[in-house]
Design a protein around this ligand. Structure first.
Ligand code: ADP
Ligand code: MG
Length: 190
């Protein structure tokens, strides 16, 4: 049986089974779902996040299914840098996780991203947060993204569009992970 027929079985993320019939069409056609974290803290940050979403949706193997609000967030790690704009999108795609990573890397490059400093300023950052409910640990690709559970700027927008999705390793819903964050998250809706 092809993967596209499996969208309503228990092996799939809960978010799929909670969708309306018209949305199930996406997963039937596209095969996989993924959540992508988008961030920018250089130049016109809101425009950069919008452009990245447009570029992603222009890819013929990808359908953008849902998009969170934009959030203004404080930098973490290297804190001597400008604040960020972050959002999360859900996509349906016929690409594998590796193909998707390459396409996101191409979009980052085409938008002028240069890797100078880990956690440093970036015109655009595109991270694969989840891919179906798969667990992938390879050089260059870790899914679920290892910092999802620690990052308010990922969890809070994600919770808008996938509150019932269960983290495949932690076995907690996104809503539960947001609760676990506690207060003082340094993030506000634009
Ligand atoms: P970060 O997003 O942690 O600030 P970068 O955007 O500079 O760091 O990404 C560095 C590398 O992380 C990329 O070259 C990519 O190969 C790797 N990587 C590993 N897992 C993922 C993932 N789930 N999504 C995006 N990139 C990932
Ligand atoms: Mg990244």
């Amino acid at each position: 049986m092809s993967r596209g027929f499996l969208y309503n079985t228990s092996g799939w993320p809960h978010v799929l089974t909670s969708r309306l019939p018209c949305d199930q069409h996406y997963t039937f056609i596209m095969g996989n779902i993924a959540f992508i974290g988008i961030g920018s803290n250089v130049g016109d940050k809101i425009r950069n996040c919008g452009q990245a979403t447009d570029e992603i949706s222009r890819c013929k193997e990808i359908t953008v299914v849902a998009q969170s609000s934009l959030y203004r967030t404080e930098p973490i790690g290297y804190t001597q840098q400008d604040w960020f704009i972050n959002c999360v999108i859900e996509i349906g795609t016929s690409l594998t996780a590796y193909e998707l990573l390459n396409i996101l890397g191409d979009i980052e490059l085409s938008m002028g991203r240069r890797r100078i400093l880990k956690w440093g300023p970036r015109i655009i950052d595109l991270d694969i947060l989840f891919f179906n409910n798969e667990i992938i640990r390879c050089e260059g690709l870790t899914i679920p993204h290892p910092e999802v559970q620690d990052r308010a700027f990922v969890l809070i927008p994600l919770c808008e569009i996938a509150r019932d999705y269960v983290h495949p390793l932690l076995k907690k819903s996104i809503a539960q992970l947001v609760t676990d964050l506690g207060s003082g998250t340094g993030i506000e809706k634009v």
